[in-house]
Ligand binder design. Structure first.
Ligand code: UGA
Length: 443
């Protein structure tokens, strides 16, 4: 099929490239000229394992193209995916201006029957708005070209996005038009070689809702476990044991119940807020989902509070080595990362920070911690340790899992570790003479 993917952000670029990998002819469109020129040369604006090689392969195979001209991309297009950002508005609602701008351009430039697919995460009712805007533009041109609007939310995880797209748990297609549904089935069939059971079709509004509910449910699991972790500490229990104890019940399951320093990233915080907002627009107080958010805000500071309890309110003259800045491993993404909040709090109290992350240092320096004084960045984890009062682990990168603890002991001023991701064996560390603070178990 001939596809246009509009927006070369995370979702657009991964989806477009994976569709090209399956033999479709894909044109990725973006308004930023520099981005498009770079992509044509295989220069990728984000870090995502496997993506660069796949982009280069498909450029060479002539299955993947990049352009700034939406008009040109629509000339031969069968299916146009809208994959532009829906940033959070000031009131927590999703800002639809980019989605609707794209819809307007589609209405202006489409020349043949088209399926318009919403891949951006959009509130319930957006497909109707997209349809109206396209119709308005077609009317203005006095054209009557048939089109349908489909909702096909994306469930990619950063760091594992190629795998999620190529071997999906499920694909959700919301459509009120049988022909459009059949075409979407055909497009996704190569991704489900054994059975199409995991292609789930439904009405448009339910599909739009599914995306928000999936992310809010996952965020709920995390906040629930973080709250449990805090209670465990108070009653002298070990959340790591409790996690295994409850996960063994298959109705609960082991996944997504790891306590930590709170969830971050571009999706959970935004989508949880947007669902609360949608509910309140319908005069419903989403109490439980509101609590998921407030527990998460509080959780981001748990490790900072442990540092303060150990070293005092005034951290002047103290230096801390921070391992990990990204909101999770395998990404350079720092949006809503707990590290931002923790580092700002420690610096506010006078501390200096020596930081290392395998991928996110540039993001930290240029954007997220740009105006925060007292941070020095290093190229390796061990270089951060000298003259530090403690090591604070904030992202569970694999290279932090089994460090040389003797080296830590030698280099740190005193052998103290704060672990915001419960990566280490506390008994072993204590035997080695470390003070080890983790989430959900008293030191
Ligand atoms: C999330 C969802 O997992 C994807 O299914 C969804 O498609 C995506 O949002 C989206 O809406 O686009 P992502 O934000 O990339 O993906 O990251 P996750 O791997 O889900 O992690 C989110 C956060 O939860 C991280 O900060 C992570 O550290 C935290 N987390 C995760 C925990 O604290 N505990 C856990 O047990 C699991």
């Amino acid at each position: 099929m001939n596809l246009s993917v509009i927006g070369t952000g995370y979702v657009g670029l991964v989806s477009g490239t994976c569709f090209a990998e399956m033999g479709n002819r894909v044109t990725c469109v973006d308004v930023i000229n520099e981005k498009i020129e770079n992509l044509k040369k295989g220069v990728i604006p984000i870090y995502e394992p496997g993506l660069k090689a796949m982009v280069l392969r498909n450029i060479e195979n002539e299955t993947l193209y990049f352009t700034t001209s939406l008009e040109e991309s629509l000339n031969k297009c069968d299916v146009a995916f809208i994959a532009v950002g829906t940033p959070m508005g000031e009131d927590g609602s999703a800002d639809l201006q980019y989605v609707l701008q794209v819809a307007r351009s589609i209405g202006k430039y489409m020349v043949r029957p088209l399926i318009v697919v919403n891949k951006s995460t959009v509130p319930v009712g957006t497909a109707d708005k997209v349809r109206s805007v396209i119709l308005e533009e077609l009317d203005a041109r006095d054209q009557n070209i048939p089109f349908s609007v489909v909702s096909n939310p994306e469930f990619l995880k950063e760091g594992d996005a190629i795998n999620d797209f190529m071997k999906p748990d499920r694909v959700v297609v919301g459509s009120d038009n049988e022909k459009a549904t059949a075409k979407m089935r055909a497009l996704y069939a190569p991704f489900f070689r054994s059975s199409m059971d995991r292609l789930i079709t439904m009405d448009v509004r339910s599909a739009e809702m599914t995306k928000y509910v999936a992310n809010s449910m996952l965020a709920t699991k995390i906040s629930f476990m973080n709250e449990v972790a805090n209670i465990c500490e108070l009653v002298g229990a070990d959340v790591n044991k409790v996690r295994i104890g409850i996960g063994s019940d298959h109705r609960i399951g082991y996944s997504f119940i790891y306590p930590g320093s709170g969830y971050g990233g571009s999706c959970f915080p935004k989508d949880v807020k947007a669902l609360i907002r949608t509910a309140s627009e319908h005069n419903y107080n989403a109490e439980l989902i509101g609590a998921v958010e407030s527990v998460n805000d509080r959780q981001k500071l748990v490790i900072a509070n442990k540092v303060i309890s150990r070293f005092g309110d005034n951290l002047e003259g103290r230096t801390f080595s921070v391992w990990g800045l990204a909101f999770k491993p395998q990404t350079d993404d720092m949006r809503e990362a707990p590290s931002i909040y923790i580092i700002k709090e420690l610096v506010r109290r006078g501390a200096c920070i020596k930081a290392y992350d395998p991928k996110a240092i540039r993001e930290a320096q240029q954007f997220y911690l740009k105006d925060v004084p007292g941070i020095t960045y290093f190229n390796s984890k061990y270089e951060t340790l000298a003259d530090s009062d403690a090591m604070i682990l904030l992202t569970e990168w694999k290279e932090f899992r089994s460090p040389d603890f003797e080296e830590l002991k030698q280099q740190l001023k005193q052998p103290v570790i704060f672990d915001g991701r419960n990566q280490y064996n506390d008994i072993m560390l204590k035997e080695m003479g470390f003070e080890y603070y983790q989430i959900g178990k008293k030191e």
